[in-house]
Design a binder for this molecule. Structure first.
Ligand SMILES: [Zn+2]
Length: 106
């Protein structure tokens, strides 16, 4: 767990799913740990939604720091990707955890 988080650079994100796979810690426990880290402010959260473009190379991702902004985005764009007019994939919203850049005093 420590190692995994330490190799993350500031502003890099990781999904609880991949962390769970790498550490073999059950997903619910990973979520608990990450949530408490968010609470302690050493991690930030972001919500990522993808569009359903048929071409995997053209799938767009949109990232939001909170659920409200994500919902506003979906509603304002009428569930449609503003870049390619495909549907937004509201069934597959990812939550990413981002290691915050904690200033180190020199
Ligand atoms: Zn798109």
């Amino acid at each position: 767990m420590d190692t995994e988080l330490t190799i993350l650079r500031p502003d890099e994100s990781i999904s609880p799913q991949s962390l769970s796979r790498k550490t073999r810690i059950p997903y619910p426990i990973i979520e608990d740990i990450l949530s408490s880290l968010v609470f302690e402010s050493s991690l930030g959260v972001s919500f990522i939604i993808f569009c359903t473009n048929d071409d995997p190379d053209l799938v767009h991702a949109f990232e939001f720091p909170d659920k409200k902004l994500l919902r506003d985005f979906i509603v304002n764009n009428k569930f449609t990707c503003p870049d390619c007019d495909s549907q937004l994939n509201t069934k597959n919203i990812r939550v990413a955890f981002i290691k915050k850049d904690i200033p180190v005093s020199v």
